[in-house]
Ligand binder design. Structure first.
Ligand SMILES: Nc1ncnc2c1ncn2[C@@H]1O[C@H](COP(=O)(O)OP(=O)(O)OP(=O)(O)O)[C@@H](O)[C@H]1O
Length: 276
C-alpha cells in the first residue's frame, strides 16, 4: 500500500475548468418521506478518474443514476456536459448514448454470446433492420474485435455469458460500455466480490481505457484504499450527504472540502470496518 501524506494545502496543477458533471445542491428521493441524497455539490473534471465511496445505503448508486439521467433531482440542478438531463431534450438523448453505465448487476444477457453482449453497446449507431437481423457493419465488427482484444476476451467471443467467470463477466460489461464510444463511464461496484488480483486487473483495464479514450471514469467503491489508488478525486458519501472530497495526486492526498469528518478520521473508520 502506498504511503499517504496528508496536507491541508491544495495546490494541484491538474485542476481544470472543464467540468463534465456539475451538481449544485442536489437532493433526490424514491418516496415523499426521505431523501436518498441531500444537498450534494460536486463537479467532475473531464478526463479524470473519480470515485464515490460510502457505506451500504449511503446513496452511491443513486448518485450514479443521477449522472446518467435515470433519476432526476427533486431539488437543485445537474449539468452533464453543460446539458440538463431531460428525456425531451434531443441533445441529452444523444448524449445518453455516450454514457457507458455498468450497473451493480452488470446487466448482461445470460443466454447470448460474449460478442452479442458487446454489440449491444453499438445498437444506438445501427438502423432498426441492422439490429433486428444482427447485420453488423464491418466497421462495427472490427471495433468489437479490437475491444475484445483490449479487455482480454480473445478466443471467448462465442461463449455464452452465463458460462463466464466473475472477472470475465466484468470484462464483457466493460467492453459493452466501451463499444458505446463513451465520453463518460459509470461503474457501480464493479470489483466487489472479486479476489484481490482480479479486482486489480479489472481496475487496470478501466484505467488503461480511460487514458486511451480520454474518458471520464466515475466509479462507486466500498474499498477506500482501492479508490485512492486509482482515482484523482474521491467523494465520501454518508447518509445521503457528501461529507468529504479527497484529492489524490501521486502519494499525496488532500482534503478538498471538509464536513463532519476529515480524511484521517475517514481512513480510520474504514480501517476499523475492515478489521470487523
Ligand atoms: N428503488 C428504490 N426504492 C426505494 N428506496 C430506494 C431504492 N433504491 C435505493 N433506495 C434507498 O435509497 C437510499 C440510497 O440507496 P443506494 O442504493 O443509492 O445506496 P448505496 O450506497 O448504493 O448502497 P449499496 O452499497 O448497498 O449498494 C437507501 O436508503 C435505499 O434504501
Amino acid at each position: 500500500m502506498k504511503q499517504i501524506q496528508m496536507t491541508k494545502n491544495p495546490s494541484f496543477s491538474s485542476i481544470s475548468t472543464n467540468k463534465i458533471i456539475q451538481m449544485n445542491n442536489v437532493s433526490t428521493s424514491y418516496d415523499s418521506k426521505n431523501f436518498a441524497l441531500e444537498g450534494i455539490n460536486l463537479s467532475i473534471d473531464r478526463g479524470t478518474n473519480y470515485a464515490i465511496v460510502g457505506q451500504s445505503g449511503s446513496g452511491k448508486s443513486t448518485l450514479l443514476k443521477l449522472m446518467n439521467g435515470m433519476m432526476i433531482p427533486s431539488k437543485g440542478t445537474i449539468k452533464i456536459d453543460y446539458t440538463t438531463p431531460n428525456m425531451n431534450n434531443k441533445k441529452f438523448k444523444k448524449m445518453m448514448h455516450e454514457i457507458g453505465y455498468i450497473p451493480q448487476s452488470l446487466g448482461l444477457v445470460k443466454n447470448i454470446s460474449v460478442f452479442e453482449n458487446i454489440m449491444i453497446g453499438a445498437l444506438p449507431r445501427l438502423s432498426k433492420i441492422q439490429s433486428l437481423l444482427k447485420k453488423f457493419p464491418d466497421g462495427e465488427i472490427q471495433e468489437a474485435m479490437k475491444i475484445i482484444d483490449q479487455v482480454g476476451l480473445s478466443g471467448k467471443e462465442t461463449r455464452k455469458a452465463y458460462m463466464l467467470s466473475g472477472g470475465e463477466k466484468r470484462r464483457v460489461a466493460i467492453a459493452r460500455a466501451l463499444m458505446q464510444k463513451p465520453t463518460i463511464l459509470l461503474a457501480d461496484e464493479i470489483v466487489s466480490e472479486l479476489d484481490h488480483v482480479t479486482s486489480r486487473e479489472i481496475m487496470d483495464l478501466i484505467a488503461e481505457a480511460q487514458k486511451r479514450m480520454n474518458l471520464t471514469a466515475i466509479m462507486v467503491h466500498h474499498d477506500i484504499q482501492l479508490a485512492l489508488k486509482y482515482a484523482n478525486r474521491v467523494a465520501v458519501i454518508k447518509k445521503g450527504q457528501k461529507i468529504l472530497e479527497i484529492g489524490v495526486e501521486g502519494d499525496t492526498i488532500v482534503d478538498f472540502q471538509t464536513g463532519d469528518m476529515n480524511t484521517e478520521e475517514i481512513m480510520e473508520m474504514y480501517a476499523n470496518d475492515t478489521e470487523k
